[in-house]
Design a protein around this ligand. Structure first.
Ligand code: FES
Ligand code: MG
Length: 581
């Protein structure tokens, strides 16, 4: 234990309800722990630290977390705690279908219940691949016992034939080049084995690095932990430090409710915008805020995006990778440069304020982490997040204008509308299709209820014949999400979604769609009488599940602008500790 004076007494720890009692149940808890080879002294009188580990062989981004849990345990033992590892759903972004988003709330529930039903006093949360970060934090916020988030860290830089390649971003880029006939099938196969060189999360500013950086800026990780590459020797050292620190936090009773305030969420937004982060973060931050009892809206985000330019020169908005960002000083250097936007008095898991943590942090490469006066994308040219409303999206839609072709930011074009991705893919590859780069491609029934799970289908494909003509961007609209590693003029998260009767359900092929990003509007130019007639004739075609997790999901999920959490999990109602009898 550190020299910090314990503020709590052993009898205050919830694990004592299991281990200290003199009855038959207490006997069984001690007996069964010794069954695992533990000596009494190794667990009695010590805080019990849960290590929620999302390692699995279906999650390459978390491949190292099995080893890394050992480093956490090392720290916990040193600090006088008793570490126990609890495996949890990995929600590995690439393998899980139809989308990990369907399971974000599943992992959030799992995290909350793992912490609740076991004798856990504090926890280290090990995750990083996209949804795992918000999910673990959502569960821990609801449970409200001391936790530290231990981010998986980004994978090493990728390179192919002398060109920096970023996970996700370049998969999409070279896929378009293959379809356009600019690279061969053999090139494509060669690329497959060279792009992703190590364990760790995507090395671009995708959803993973966006969310771990936000968690870091909100004070839920050790300062700067989110930028440490997965395979750097600094990573196990950080993991061990998490183990030491969580034991101290248990004695200090430093819980998420003492760290997560509206100000700390606003600090998260500063990082989000300065990074040019993923549109997905808009959904996750609202979900986390609702669990923390913090009022946070899409409008708070667009207001922050209008103040904080993209200064991080990393794909998809810039040209470097996460390892370069780390070498330039990482998130700590970025936050230092953004200090004037931050609430510096916010508390963080290390017990100090954000201001203390980032004070005088050096930046070693001003091209990777730019100054506000020299942004990667000036505010006049594009922002991390734009919120759009209009008769197509009354409750809001989002887009990332910093990763879009500026010429489409004010655009009117005829719609081509699809109800499912399979028909869309087939139709868009038809060489005789009547389509130009001015057409607006729309996919619906891809929202939280419709898909279900709001998959990352929103980077709708550019028709093959247009790719061959050199077209690389078009206006695309959906109620789906988009990978944070992708780019383009994609209007996403349209709310309410089509499957529950949102106006997106009423658009027809040929309708004129007007996008005006500067004005914050997205409208279909169809008159009210016609829309009313279409509304009367509309019938939902969404497939509703009768059993399985999808059935629970469809009945309880909220819309994108509300965070897509379950109605019975959102909010701050306390759930009591389990009865031990
Ligand atoms: Fe796991 Fe990108 S696929 S972080
Ligand atoms: Mg992703």
């Amino acid at each position: 234990m550190s020299e910090k004076t314990p503020k709590r007494d052993l009898n205050d720890l919830r694990s004592q309800r299991w281990f200290a009692s003199d009855d038959m149940r207490g006997f069984a808890h001690r007996q069964r722990t010794q069954q695992m080879g533990m000596r009494r002294e190794e667990f009695m009188g010590r805080p019990v630290i849960g290590i929620i580990n999302t390692w699995s062989e279906m999650s390459p981004c978390h491949a190292h977390l099995r080893d890394r849990a050992e480093a956490v345990k090392r720290g916990v033992w040193q600090a006088g705690g008793y570490p126990v590892e609890l495996p949890a759903l990995s929600v590995g972004e690439v393998m899980v279908k139809p989308t990990t988003m369907l399971y974000r709330n599943f992992l959030a529930m799992e995290c909350e219940e793992l912490l609740r039903c076991h004798p856990i006093d504090g926890a280290v949360l090990m995750g990083g691949c996209d949804k795992s970060t918000p999910a673990l934090l959502m569960g821990a916020i609801s449970m409200d016992i001391p936790v530290i988030f231990c981010p998986a860290g980004p994978m090493s830089n990728g390179q192919w034939r002398g060109v920096k390649t970023g996970a996700g971003t370049h998969t999409k880029k070279y896929w378009d080049e293959l379809r356009a006939g600019n690279i061969t099938k053999d090139d494509w196969v060669d690329l497959e084995s060279r792009m992703t060189r190590s364990a760790g999360t995507c090395n671009t500013i995708g959803t993973a690095s966006t969310m771990t950086s936000i968690a870091d800026a909100m004070g839920m990780t050790l300062q700067g932990a989110s930028s440490i590459p997965a395979t750097d020797s600094g990573h196990p050292r950080m993991a061990s430090s998490c183990g030491v620190r969580i034991v101290e936090m248990v004695w200090e009773d430093l819980k998420p409710s003492k760290i997560l305030t509206r100000d700390s969420f606003m600090n998260g937004l500063v990082a989000y915008m300065a990074l040019g982060g993923s549109t997905n973060a808009a959904v996750h931050m609202i979900a986390m805020a609702k669990r923390a009892g913090v009022d946070l809206t899409l409008d708070d985000m667009s207001a922050m995006a209008a103040k904080v330019p993209v200064v991080t020169n990393v794909f998809p908005s810039g040209e470097y990778l996460m390892e370069d960002f780390y070498f330039a000083g990482g998130l700590t250097a970025l936050l230092q440069k953004m200090s004037r936007h931050l609430a510096l008095d916010c508390l963080t898991v290390n017990g100090r304020t954000l201001g203390d943590n980032i004070k005088d942090a050096p930046c070693w490469n001003d091209d990777v982490i730019r100054d506000e006066e020299n942004p990667v994308v000036p505010l006049s040219k594009g922002k991390t997040l734009e919120v759009l409303r209009g008769n197509l999206a009354p409750n809001g839609a989002v887009m990332k204008s910093s990763a879009a072709n500026p010429k489409f930011l004010k655009h009117i074009g005829p719609a081509i509308v699809f109800d499912d991705p399979a028909t869309m893919n087939k139709t868009l590859d038809n060489p005789d299709l009547d389509i130009t780069e001015d057409t607006v491609i729309i996919l619906r029934n891809a929202g939280p209820v419709g898909a279900p799970g709001m998959p990352e289908w929103g980077n709708l494909p550019i028709p093959k014949k247009l790719l061959k003509q050199g077209v690389r961007d078009m206006v695309r609209i959906s109620d789906a999400r988009m990978s944070g590693t992708h780019y383009g003029t994609c209007v996403l998260h349209v709310a309410p979604e089509a499957a529950i009767g949102g106006p997106l359900a009423l658009v027809k092929t040929g309708d004129l769609i007007a996008l005006d990003v500067l004005a914050g509007t997205i409208n279909m130019q169809v008159d009210e009488a016609e829309l009313a007639a279409r509304r009367t004739a509309w019938k939902s075609t969404a497939k509703l599940y009768d059993r399985s997790f999808a059935a629970l999901y469809q009945r309880h999920v909220s819309q994108a602008d509300q965070g897509c959490d379950f109605d019975f999990l959102s909010g701050t109602d306390p759930v009591p500790d389990p009865v031990i009898f």
